[in-house]
Design a protein around this ligand. Sequence first.
Ligand code: SF4
Length: 310
Amino acid sequence: MSLLDVENLRTAYTVKGKTFYAVDGVSFSVGAKETVGLVGESGCGKSTLGKTVMRLIEPASGKITLDGHDIATLPEAQMRPMRRKLQMVFQDPYASLNPRQTIWQMLETPLKVHGVADPAERRRIIEAMAEKIGFPKASLQRFAHEFSGGQRQRIGIARALILEPELVVCDEAVSALDLSIQAQILNLLVDLKREMGLAFLFISHDLSVVRYISDRVLVMYLGKIVESADHATLWNSPRHPYTRALLSSVPSTDPAKKIGGAISGEISTKIPETGCRFRARCPIAEARCALEAPELKTLPGGNAVACHLA
Ligand code: SF4
């Protein structure tokens, strides 16, 4: 059994009296100690999917099974102990850190909430975490605004990991950082994953970042998963025209790595009533694509693709 199983999940928004599904019938799993990347353009629903898995947004329907427990409909009181296993790292660490708390207080609060009553034990855990994220102990009494973006993201990661979760949802966790700092934070996440036995759902619009960190990748377009592939297959022989277009926009010095053609236009929240959601931008669409929506079909070997022509 996987650590996380998401089954036919839907998340609804109502705009001007009309309901639409930002996440529409999504199914996937994350194994223990696995990093699954979730990639797609801004507006495709990937952040909404991450927040729904976290139960920060309520699902409209579907199942979210964590460690054998369906958490999709758990009341908050029963959800609280599950939150220990499931944590999130946000894009903007500054907005997600309490400006009135010192770093020490920020790390100590979740320990108190989750019943670590002994102050000496809390001290031991906080100091060990500071060492893990490469943060000087002397800085723990300072406030978030006194640190750089990269340091703040280290604090955000420490806060997410202080309860030793099993699964961490990283939502554009390095997108706001300079390239050199991005690399440091990605390497830190890889080291922490190895050391603490973590699993990640790593959400990003940046395929090169997802490629670097993921064992497996899910590609999302307009609320649907259109391709699910292991790292090597996704990079070397992507099946879905949208994945191929995303890959073609990743800078590469090797011309052989330029696969497929760029797509025109931008993602739209207007979901066509019939057929494939990608068809208006697809370079190989044919008549059938306007009539029938392609199912996400599992291929021999476990990868999956939703395209009539893949
Ligand atoms: Fe393109 Fe048709 Fe495949 Fe959709 S189903 S991605 S429109 S070829």
